[in-house]
Ligand binder design. Structure first.
Ligand code: NI
Length: 184
């Protein structure tokens, strides 16, 4: 089932995702719906807060980048914790399904080490680099209530302000379902 993607401005995108246990209600369906939702919107990653669940869960699939230098990573991350980040910082133009039509360069470390559980709650500790590290950092941020626009300069953010307000009011045209924050 394709779920609506929460648009910028909704408080759920600012919540810190709670740790979950295997008895989290309908977890299997949620993960399967998140895959469907992500592919439908041509995303390379999706975090649970983006479908309205403030929990520490995200998925990535880097296949779209088709870079022979790095392996394709398709994974579910639950209760993840980035243990360390290293390597030179590099800039990459990021976007976000919750913030359509805005792309900005974000500077992040090239390598990271992360501990996480997969969909079967098996624990892993792994290193990632390249595009996979980038997508993980972006999605991990979502689970901490952080968005990529928080990483750009104040000046750039000020220039984006009106666009961001428009998105939060439903002004972005996208070919996937979005949920617009309720304004009173
Ligand atoms: Ni995002």
């Amino acid at each position: 089932m394709i779920l609506p993607i929460i648009a910028y401005g909704d408080p759920v995108l600012r919540k810190i995702g709670a740790q979950i246990t295997p008895d989290y209600p309908d977890l299997e369906a949620l993960i399967s719906n998140m895959w469907e939702t992500m592919y439908n919107a041509h995303g390379v990653g999706l975090a649970a807060p983006q479908v309205g669940k403030a929990i520490n869960l995200f998925i990535i699939d880097t296949e779209a980048f088709e870079n022979e230098e790095y392996p394709i990573e398709k994974k579910v991350f639950i209760n993840s914790e980035i243990l360390s980040e290293s390597g030179e910082k590099w800039e990459f133009e990021e976007g976000c399904l919750s913030i359509p039509h805005i792309r900005e360069n974000v500077s992040r470390h090239s390598n990271l080490r992360i501990r996480y559980q997969n969909e079967f709650f098996e624990t892993f500790e792994e290193n990632f680099d390249g595009i996979a590290a980038r997508v993980i950092q972006h999605e991990y941020d979502h689970c901490k209530g952080k968005l990529f626009v928080d990483h750009i300069s104040q000046l750039k953010r000020r220039l984006l302000k009106n666009k961001l307000i428009a998105i939060s009011k439903g002004g972005a045209r996208v070919d996937y379902k979005m949920r617009i924050p309720v304004t009173r």
